[in-house]
Design a protein. Sequence first.
Length: 43
Amino acid sequence: MDIARSFFKKALGLMFKKDGEMIFVFNRDVNYSVWTPFMRFNI
């Protein structure tokens, strides 16, 4: 169940990646090492 939750959060993060506030919110929940490269390329 934890794996499914983490995957769901990542999917939501990708959906809201255009909104700066949502990105920072999901950064707190999702592993930072996963989001760091996305932050560099998208922002």
